[in-house]
Write a protein that binds this ligand. Structure first.
Ligand code: PLP
Length: 368
C-alpha cells in the first residue's frame, strides 16, 4: 500500500449499535438503514455483517436494493423513498421488496399494476416535516383504499421527524400527537423513530424503529446523552504524516496563506485532503490526533493534503499515525468545525481511500 489514507471499519461496532437500537425498544423490530452505500461504509459489507440480526434493511432506491439482492442478501428490504415510476413495481415484486408510499396517486399505480405477489407497503404520513407523505386528513382514506387492494399484503404506518436530534424541541411530540390523532382506529404496525428518536424519545418507539446514523456510531445529539454515549464509532479515517517543517513567526501555511504562524511552529503535512472526503470547510483549529495526541489542523485543506500543528507533541516523525476521526475522536466532534454533520463526513469518503474491515479481534479484509 502506498498512500496511507484509510477508512478502517469495525463491523462489531455496527453490530453493537444495532443491538442498542433493538434493546432500547424492548426487542421491537428495527430496519437497519443502509442507504447511500451504508452511509459510505459499503452497503453489501454492512448488510452481510448484520444479516443474521437485522429484521430488515432500508435503502433509498431500487438500484440500492437490487445490489443487495444480487449480493445474496435475503432479509426484507424497504425502499424508504418509495418508487419513482410505476414500472418499478414489477421489480419490487420480482426482487421481493417492501416499499414506502407517500402520495395518493401511487395507490392508483399499485391498483393498476399487474402484481401477482402481494407486497408490504409502508404508508407515509406527513406529520409536519413537509418533505414526503400523505396529508393527515387524507391518511385514513388512503389506508382503507390500500388495505383493500389484493396487491397489498400488509400496510405499515410510517412518519418521519424533522427535529428529533433537538431534545429541547417540542415538535417531535407534536408530530407524534398528529400521527396518533389521525391514525386512531387503525390496527397496524407503526414506524416513527429514526436514530435520534430511537435514542431520545421513548414515546416514538413503536413496532419498527429505523436507525441509520447511530449504526455507524455517531450520536445525533449535540450534547452528551446517556444512550448516545453508548454508541461505538465504526469508521476510523486515518493517514500518515509525510513531511515535517519548522516554521517561524510570520510564515504562512497552505493555499491563500490563511494561517500565519504567531510563533515558531512545527508543522506536519498529512496525506489526507478533500479529494479523500476530508471536508475543505474544516477550519484551522479542527481537532485531529497524531500518534494518539490531540492537536489541530492549520490553514486550508488541499485536495490531497492538510497541515497539522506538531509543536507541542512528543515523538512525532514522518510516518506518524494520524486519526482524522473514529475510535478516539468522534465524527460528531469534528463535524461542527466543518459546519456539517457526521452524515456528510461518512458519505463523503471517496474511492481513493483504502477501505479495511475488521472486527474487535482481527483485520478481516482490505479493499482497494
Ligand atoms: C435516512 C432515513 C432514516 C435514518 O435516519 P438517521 O437519522 O440516519 O437515523 C430513517 N427513516 C427514513 C425515512 C430515512 O430516509
Amino acid at each position: 500500500m502506498g498512500r496511507a489514507a484509510t477508512a478502517t471499519i469495525n463491523l462489531d461496532a455496527i453490530r453493537h449499535n444495532y443491538r442498542l437500537a433493538k434493546s432500547l425498544s424492548n426487542g421491537q423490530k428495527a430496519v437497519a438503514i443502509i442507504k447511500a452505500d451504508a452511509y459510505g461504509h459499503d452497503a453489501v459489507v454492512v448488510a452481510n455483517a448484520l444479516s443474521a440480526q437485522a429484521d430488515a434493511f432500508g435503502v433509498a432506491c431500487i438500484e440500492e436494493a437490487i445490489e443487495l439482492r444480487e449480493a445474496g442478501i435475503k432479509n426484507p428490504i424497504l425502499l424508504l423513498e418509495g418508487f419513482f415510476k410505476a414500472d418499478e413495481l414489477i421489480l419490487i415484486a420480482q426482487y421481493n421488496l417492501w416499499t414506502a408510499l407517500h402520495s395518493v396517486s401511487q395507490i392508483e399505480d399499485i391498483k393498476n399494476s399487474p402484481l401477482k405477489n402481494s407486497i408490504n407497503v409502508w404508508l407515509k404520513m406527513d406529520s409536519g416535516m413537509h418533505r414526503l407523505g400523505i396529508a393527515p386528513e387524507d391518511y385514513q382514506d388512503a389506508y382503507q383504499q390500500l388495505n383493500a387492494l389484493p396487491q397489498v399484503k400488509e400496510v405499515i404506518l410510517m412518519s418521519h421527524f424533522s427535529s428529533a436530534d433537538d431534545l429541547s424541541a417540542g415538535t417531535t411530540q407534536e408530530q407524534i400527537n398528529c400521527f396518533d390523532a389521525f391514525t386512531t382506529g387503525i390496527n397496524a404496525h407503526v414506524s416513527l423513530a429514526n436514530s435520534a428518536a430511537t435514542l431520545g424519545h421513548e414515546e416514538a418507539r413503536r413496532q419498527w424503529q429505523r436507525p441509520g446514523i447511530m449504526l455507524y456510531g455517531a450520536t445525533p445529539f449535540e450534547q452528551s446523552h446517556p444512550q448516545g454515549d453508548k454508541l461505538r464509532s465504526a469508521m476510523t479515517l486515518s493517514s500518515e504524516v509525510i513531511a515535517i517543517h519548522q516554521l517561524q513567526a510570520g510564515d504562512a501555511v497552505g493555499y491563500s496563506r490563511t494561517f500565519i504562524c504567531e510563533k515558531p511552529t512545527l508543522v506536519g503535512t498529512v496525506a489526507m485532503g478533500y479529494a479523500d472526503g476530508y471536508p475543505r470547510h474544516a477550519k484551522s483549529g479542527t481537532p485531529i490526533l497524531v500518534n494518539g495526541q490531540r492537536t489541530r489542523i492549520l490553514g486550508r485543506v488541499s485536495m490531497d493534503m492538510l497541515a497539522v500543528d506538531l509543536s507541542h507533541l512528543e515523538d512525532v516523525n514522518v510516518g506518524a499515525y494520524v486519526e482524522c476521526w473514529g475510535e478516539n475522536l468522534t465524527a460528531a466532534e469534528v463535524a461542527p468545525h466543518c459546519d456539517t454533520i457526521p452524515y456528510t463526513l461518512f458519505t463523503g469518503i471517496t474511492r481513493r481511500v483504502h477501505k479495511v474491515y475488521c472486527d474487535d479481534r482481527q483485520l478481516l479484509k482490505q479493499v482497494g
